[in-house]
Design a protein. Sequence first.
Length: 227
Amino acid sequence: MTRPGGAAVPRVVHLPAADPPEGEPPGVARQGAPGADHPMRAVTEAVAADPSWWTPEQAARVAGFFDDLADGWDQRDGAGQGPGAVADALDRAGPCTGPVVELGAGTGAGTPVLVERIGPVLAVDLSAGMLAHLHVPGAQPVLADASRLPVATGSVGTLVCLNMLLFPDEVRRVLAPGGALVWVSSRGEHTPIHLSAEAVAEALGDGFEVTASRHGWSTWAVARRAD
Ligand SMILES: C[S@@+](CC[C@H](N)C(=O)[O-])C[C@H]1O[C@@H](n2cnc3c(N)ncnc32)[C@H](O)[C@@H]1O
């Protein structure tokens, strides 16, 4: 497959689903199916396709949005879904090594499993309100924008996005050869900040191998740098 302009799009290898879900995804009975219609979905698709869309004004707006949600974030619908999916991705998509940087770490829902399975984590978030709730031994909170990370080029073994925006240029810049992006949507297609594995592959472009699967209601993709 090629993108318009001739650049190759990585093929996605889909593994069988683990722990198939039952009933309705968390929150849907109460809220309808909000993922695709949520304002954050439009932001997610826009920045993945065109990083120049992300401006200081957008960053301030998104930081304010999550500052307002920070109290009670851990009690939202589906909050418990993400860590299991992160663990499943780490277990089934090949070795993920440090240094680990978690992007949009929020209050740290996915952080303990990263510390436990890989090692110390730089937990990056744009929202000071969310980071104020992140207290995970082994994780260092860092207030920063994932589109301009304070880390050296080619220095990161594993980048993790649990319900987080994708900044493809910055992923390509910071990942070491053989390094991996772990991309997880805790409520799958019902997650506001969600991209399919194919959309992640297309945004990253040539030079990655992508493995994907489902865990319960969650979807995940691991994009490993081939070069
Ligand atoms: C949907 S929340 C997910 C939080 C956590 N990963 C979880 O699953 O509970 C998205 C998080 O990404 C953060 N975020 C959004 N854009 C960001 C950016 N450009 N750089 C760093 N963090 C960002 C938000 O502040 C928010 O904490």
